[in-house]
Design a protein around this ligand. Structure first.
Ligand SMILES: CC(C)(COP(=O)(O)OP(=O)(O)OC[C@H]1O[C@@H](n2cnc3c(N)ncnc32)[C@H](O)[C@@H]1OP(=O)(O)O)[C@@H](O)C(=O)NCCC(=O)NCCS
Length: 395
């Protein structure tokens, strides 16, 4: 029996696997760009629908086109009732991310263009996915609470309609606008784990729904999109904690992670976190909920100082650290934070899937197929013993 030495598992850090024109991160300077535009500018001046158009098409919608695009999204909100019937068969305790992932192949079955692999058909499928993930998320929340899904309201924006279908109440303009901005900030992020999962799956020539389902699965993990629900869990746990600083320090001392901190690419504060921090401050003040903003800031200050003291000053708050108190102050249930991330990121996923499928011939990526170093045993069975290459080389 022979063993070889393991290669270091560094999770493909620093490995460039494809070309993309969709987004760019400067991790040293804390810059995020979608199709050439800084996210701060998009958050200040655009809507999520415009950003979805930008990501999918590569340019901001010319005058008049945004309304046509929005109309297509609104029309696509009409989800066949058998999708809801399928959701009704699930245990009410099912995690909303699992339900959302399970709903995607059902939505595939409902798509008349599923097998049409032209670029235009894939863009139409992307529009259906962007329109329908919020509808499914809201419907599941109502179904698990014994309520019926609500019809969409064609007069409401993407974010406002989601809140309406979730709660049965029309949101105020501030909440609808803030959620829309959150959707813009989460819409794409280069080759993050879930986007890579989508691209990897569609590199096999699987359809867009198969790829998006994989993306949802990857996003659900606590080191990725699932971190935002854990951040809120931490803040709720600390709500009545007299020694927040001590709690944070002990946690880091114990080698445990502070959720919402650290990033594989940013070596400074995540620009989305900077934006959401300001939003949290404003929401706290306007709703008399300053305690969440105060608590987040105390955890941020303590954790940052502790990381600095340990020579890890690059571990700073990421997007999930401030999105959690923002969603909480909007009254959104904690286990829907990650589905909301998916509702936004689906625009980026679909754009990457289309880029992967329809790249120019000379840039067309191949099927992703990395290698692994085998470090297991070689055992004989029925007298047949495989000789590893090194052993053969020695003879
Ligand atoms: C996102 C994340 C996986 C990126 O990690 P990374 O840069 O690839 O680095 P690693 O996971 O290899 O961690 C490097 C070191 O920093 C530490 N570290 C990284 N993030 C940390 C955190 N949030 N809390 C405490 N320690 C952390 C690790 O424990 C590790 O320490 P070690 O070298 O002593 O073993 C990581 O920062 C993390 O787990 N964050 C919390 C989850 C989260 O917020 N995810 C959302 C990302 S948008």
């Amino acid at each position: 029996m022979q063993q070889t030495v393991s290669v270091k598992n560094i999770g493909l850090r620093g490995v460039t696997v494809a070309d993309t024109k969709i987004s760019f991160i400067d991790g040293e300077k804390g810059v995020l760009i979608y199709r050439g535009y800084r996210i701060e500018d998009l958050a200040d001046r655009s809507s999520f629908i415009e950003v979805a158009y930008l990501l999918l098409n590569g340019y901001l919608p010319p005058k008049g086109e945004v309304e046509a695009f929005e109309r297509k999204v609104v029309e696509a909100r009409d989800v066949p009732t058998y999708v809801f019937d399928a959701l009704r068969t699930l245990p009410k305790t099912s995690d909303p991310m699992d339900v959302l992932q399970a709903a995607v192949p059902i939505l595939a079955a409902a798509d008349p263009e599923l097998r049409d692999e032209t670029r235009d058909a894939n863009v139409r499928k992307a529009i259906r996915l962007i329109a329908r993930l919020p509808v499914v998320t809201a419907a599941w929340h109502r179904i698990r609470n014994g309520l019926d899904p609500l019809p969409s309201d064609s007069g409401l924006s993407h974010a406002a309609n989601f809140l309406w279908q979730l709660t049965g109440e029309k949101p105020d303009d501030e909440t609808a606008h803030d959620l829309d901005v959150c959707l813009i900030l989460h819409a794409d992020h280069t080759f993050n784990a879930s986007t890579f999962a989508c691209r990897e799956v569609c590199s096999t020539r699987a359809h867009i729904y198969a790829a998006v389902a994989a993306g949802i699965g990857a996003l659900s993990g606590s080191l990725h999109g699932g971190a935002n629900t854990r951040v809120m869990g931490m803040l709720l746990q600390l709500e009545n904690e007299p020694d927040v600083e001590g709690w944070v320090k002990n946690r880091i001392d114990a080698g445990e992670r502070i959720m919402g901190f650290g990033h594989a690419v940013y070596k400074t504060i995540d620009p989305r976190a900077t934006y959401l921090k300001k939003m949290a401050r404003r929401l706290g003040a306007s709703r008399g909920l300053e305690k969440w903003e105060r608590l987040s800031k105390l955890v941020e200050k303590t954790a940052s100082e502790e990381f600095e003291r340990r020579g890890k000053s690059e571990i700073k708050p990421n997007v999930d650290f401030f999105s959690a108190p923002v969603y909480h102050m909007m009254g959104i249930p904690r286990d829907l934070f990650t589905p909301i991330f998916a509702i936004s990121r689906v625009a980026g996923w679909c754009s990457h899937i289309i880029e992967e499928k329809f790249a120019e011939a000379q840039e067309k990526p191949m099927l992703y197929r990395p290698q692994a170093e085998y470090v297991g045993n070689y055992c004989g069975l029925l007298g047949c013993v495989y000789e590893p290459p090194e052993a053969r080389a020695g003879t």
